[in-house]
Design a protein around this ligand. Structure first.
Ligand code: NAP
Length: 282
């Protein structure tokens, strides 16, 4: 029997519906600024999607495009300027940047209160300390999917494959905060399949198509496939298609975790605006 499909598009729609309601109660229109440097085709598409969703939701959205030859100093100066603008509630700089630009330094230049990607060290620290952080969008989306479908987290064994600052590490903290027992695996992990087969909730965030095969999945497990891999012109996850025959629940690629990332970005923008402008948090 095929696993139940966890439809990220549907969950994303429910998040944006809620946000649209919240927006009607706010006496201001939150503003999001996305900075893109250069013309990387994937970045162009991602930024367009974020801009379109923000505008449809009723936010003020601005995309600032800087040339491929922008220097680190120029980029930092522009980010500081945007970040200091009182009309701007959320700012993010689309990764990857053209080499040799350094994304870390740029992320650290953003006002933590406007850091809607949740990558500033202040937000990372607050997340680990259980404080009021802006949380990275993709991991936040995973929790939201679990909650939308009423899938229990507390007491469950979670295995996250991938330890990036973007997905794996913040996902580990979020599941831990929800009382799961969490293991994080990576490229040096031994006997990966033995480990993943113990997972009640398995998160794949690697970037290798079909790395997780059906033998590596516990029957009935919840499988959250974060991976985005281009295979013969199509988007595919990190999970082998046959996993649907053993898993209990599975996020498809596309249409699973991806739409949630944009929805949670919108949530972070509305939340950042509400907190900063003194409405106490959305
Ligand atoms: P990343 O920074 O490249 O990290 C990949 C992680 O996978 C690393 O921790 C790496 O281990 C681990 N890894 C690599 N090969 C492995 C193997 N054979 N066995 C076990 N672990 C292995 O990638 P990322 O930014 O976290 O993204 C991961 C995937 O998610 C990508 O496909 C990306 O496109 C996708 N993604 C999707 C969304 C979305 O919205 N759906 C958002 C963000 C990312 P080491 O640390 O040891 O190198």
């Amino acid at each position: 029997m095929a696993a139940e499909r966890l439809d990220g598009r549907e969950v994303a729609r429910s998040v944006t519906r809620e946000l649209a309601e919240t927006l009607t109660t706010l006496p201001f229109k939150p503003q999001l600024v996305v900075v893109r440097v250069g013309e990387d085709p994937a970045s162009v598409a991602y930024v367009r999607g974020k801009d379109r969703t923000a505008t449809q939701l009723g936010l003020t959205s601005r995309v600032e495009v800087l040339g491929e030859s922008t220097t680190q100093r120029e980029l930092l100066a522009r980010v500081l300027e945007i970040s200091a603008d009182p009309e701007v509630d959320g700012i993010l700089v689309q990764d990857p940047l053209p080499p040799p630009l350094d994304i870390r330094a740029v992320q650290e230049a953003i006002d933590p209160a406007k850091d809607v990607d949740g990558f500033h060290p202040v937000n990372v620290g607050r997340l680990w300390n259980g404080g009021r952080a802006l949380v990275p969008c993709t991991p936040a989306g995973l929790i939201r999917i679990m909650d939308f479908y009423g899938l229990e987290i507390a007491g469950k064994r979670v295995v996250i494959v991938g330890r990036s600052s973007l997905v794996g590490k913040p996902a580990a903290v979020l599941f831990l905060q929800r009382d799961a027992t969490v293991t994080v695996a990576h490229s040096k992990t031994r006997s990966l399949g033995t480990l993943t087969r113990e997972a009640d909730i398995l998160v794949a965030a690697v970037g290798r198509h079909a790395l997780l095969t059906r033998e590596m999945v516990k029957p009935g497990a919840v499988v959250l496939d974060v991976g985005i891999n281009r295979v013969e012109g199509k988007l595919r996850g990190d999970v082998h298609p046959e996993v649907t025959e053993v898993a209990g629940y599975l996020t498809p690629v596309p249409g699973g975790v991806g739409p949630m990332t944009v929805a949670m970005l919108m949530q972070n923008t509305v939340m950042a605006a509400s907190r900063r402008r003194g409405d106490g948090g959305a």
